[in-house]
Design a protein around this ligand. Structure first.
Ligand code: CAO
Length: 548
């Protein structure tokens, strides 16, 4: 083991710079080229890398210290025997940079300027990691357009002039080189001979008022980076003030750096600030702007930011023979809708029973009388009529949420779930309030057939204000139907059975229809739902009530 001294390398024209960040401490193991400290002048910030791999024995600088070329940064224990003083990579190479490149940008027409990658030194195929502007944005001269990153540095590419971004020619992840087109700038009057020093000014954050400083873009393989330091220039004031490694750290965690409050010198964002921000968000004590924007609204929102753990990936073939079949288009579409509705609606289901003994007797006799007409009256048709009456009495069940407003509908279009070979479809009986049970039965039969044949038109499936899902023909007792958004309630019906019902004197055999009403608790209260079911049961028990 030998101890070497790590010194501040040649940092170009900067005489004395301030230590603004200590990135390692005694005992830390560091890689060759790993950043050790960040120093900052009034024009640039730079990370000083380690010339060798080793273990930090002692850090010789403190925050706020002024250092210059040759200053001792730390003692590093490295493999080997000879002790030596080693400056981090020679600065001559490190900060060569700043040669004017006339070709950095050239006017494409008097009012359209091509924005190109200026001379970025020895860096080849750097990756676009941030798009800081978008088409339509007004930019000031020297405002940063994009951030590019090599494995050693990240740099911001500035606008050659003021104007409006017409188009961007790069996207995230693109590899770019000197001269590559970044985008077109409209209404600009840039000089084609504008020196790179100016072009790169935001990269090293030259104060806006100052004459373009000699640009120090580290080019040595071992100098980590030069990114905008805090800049009084208005054009870059909005840029977060952080070192490349902190930016990288934030990017890896998905932390929006512009939302992190810097506690370091001059408001600089440190790694600790990013960690604190992450902890606060995870603990629910803070929210990112994206979380606020994407939070489900009263009646909508993306629902895509649920932060759920990933869906389990199982190799089922390990457990037995399997067959994989693609879902039908209808199942895929309805599945996505059902998922959204199930997740986003605070839904509650009330179960009840309706005595349909007399109604069923009436239905059977009506069908007997109408045998020749070819139209069979179904229980579902009676249910549709009964629901219209209940919806008229309790209009909130025939409404939709629109932001913070409730839209009450003065039409009664009733959807009914139809089971088809391709999946669930919901045809709609329009203006059910204006139609008789016979007409509804006939329309339902036609629509159900069209659904099974895959011939329903979009118009025949849209506009429902309330939906009924009947499993009565199949069986079951109760279920919890999912609301067909943007409706706010749905009635599930199961198979009726003869039950012993106490009439106060004796148990009577009555035909009871199980009802399951699911409702959106944002619009409807539990008491209203109970009343709706009771009223629906009363109508189904005695249809003369609709006349009252
Ligand atoms: N109780 C007892 N019997 C019932 C009943 C009930 N609640 N509802 C219907 N029946 C009887 C009918 O009277 C009919 O008997 P008959 O043949 O002796 O007359 C039989 O069950 C079949 O009825 P049906 O289901 O064909 O007709 P319908 O009007 O009740 O329903 C339709 C039509 C299109 C809604 C139905 O065919 C269908 O697709 N149902 C499934 C809906 C569904 O999948 N819902 C779940 C959605 S959530 O995944």
């Amino acid at each position: 083991m030998a101890t070497i001294e790590i010194q501040v390398p040649d940092i170009g024209d900067f005489d004395e710079v301030t230590v603004i960040e200590l990135m390692v401490k005694a005992g830390d193991t560091v890689r060759a080229e790993q950043s050790l400290i960040t120093v900052e002048s009034d024009k640039a910030s730079m990370e000083i890398p380690s010339s060798s791999a080793g273990v930090v024995k002692e850090v010789k600088v403190a925050l706020g210290d002024k250092v210059k070329q040759g200053s001792l940064v730390l003692l590093l224990e490295v493999a080997g025997s000879a002790s030596a003083a080693v400056a981090s990579p020679p600065v001559a190479a490190a900060v060569a940079a700043t040669v004017a490149v006339a070709a950095a940008f050239a006017p494409a027409s008097p009012s359209v300027v091509e924005m190109r990658i200026p001379d970025i030194g020895d860096f080849k195929d750097v990756t676009v990691i941030e798009l800081l502007v978008k088409p339509g944005d007004a930019v000031a001269a020297e405002q940063s357009l994009i951030t590019v990153e090599s494995d050693k540095a990240s740099m911001e590419i500035p606008a050659p002039a003021a104007g409006v971004v017409q188009s961007l020619a790069v996207k995230l992840g693109d590899k770019v080189n000197i001269g590559d087109l970044v985008g077109l700038l409209l209404g600009a009057a840039a000089s084609s001979a504008a020196p790179v020093a100016a072009a790169l000014a935001p990269v090293i954050a030259a104060p806006a008022a100052a004459a373009p400083a000699p640009v120090a873009v580290p080019q040595s393989a071992s100098v980590c980076a030069t990114v905008p330091a805090h800049t009084p220039g208005a054009s870059v004031l909005a840029m977060p003030h952080a070192s490349p490694s902190v930016r990288k750290f934030a990017r890896e965690l998905g932390v929006p750096l512009e939302e992190v409050k810097g506690q370091g010198a001059k408001g600089r964002i440190t790694q600790e600030d990013v960690q604190d921000f992450t902890k606060a968000v995870m603990a629910g004590a803070a929210q990112t702007k994206a979380q606020v924007t994407n939070a489900p609204k009263a009646a909508g929102g993306s629902g895509s930011e649920l932060g759920l753990i990933p869906w389990p990936k199982v190799d089922f073939a390990k457990f037995g023979p399997i067959e994989r079949k693609e879902m039908s288009r209808i199942k895929k579409i309805s599945g996505a809708n059902l998922l959204r509705n199930a997740i986003m609606i605070p839904a509650v289901t009330n179960h009840d029973d309706a005595d349909i003994t007399d109604l069923e007797a009436f239905r059977v006799s009506t069908n007997k009388e109408n045998e020749k007409s070819g139209v069979k009256v179904t229980m579902l048709a009676f249910l549709i009529k009964a629901c219209v009456a209940a919806l008229k009495k309790y209009p909130e069940f025939n409404s939709s949420l629109d932001g913070d407003a409730v839209v009450y509908k003065n039409y009664w279009h009733i959807g009914f779930a139809a089971d088809t070979p391709n999946g669930l479809m919901v045809p709609v009986i329009k203006d059910a309030d204006q139609k008789g049970v016979l007409q509804i039965s006939q329309e339902m039969g036609e629509l159900a057939k069209k659904a099974r044949d895959g011939k329903l038109s979009p118009a025949e499936m849209s506009g429902a204000s309330f939906t009924i899902s009947s499993l009565g023909g199949i069986g079951g007792r109760y279920f919890t139907p999912i609301i067909n958004a943007p409706e706010v309630a749905i009635l599930g019906v199961c198979r009726s059975t003869i039950e012993p019902i106490w009439d106060g004197k004796a148990f009577l055999p009555r035909l009871m229809l199980p009802l399951s009403l699911t409702w959106d608790h944002r619009v409807i209260d539990g008491a209203a739902a109970a009343r709706f079911n009771v009223y629906l049961g009363q109508i189904l028990g005695d249809f003369r009530r609709v006349l009252l």
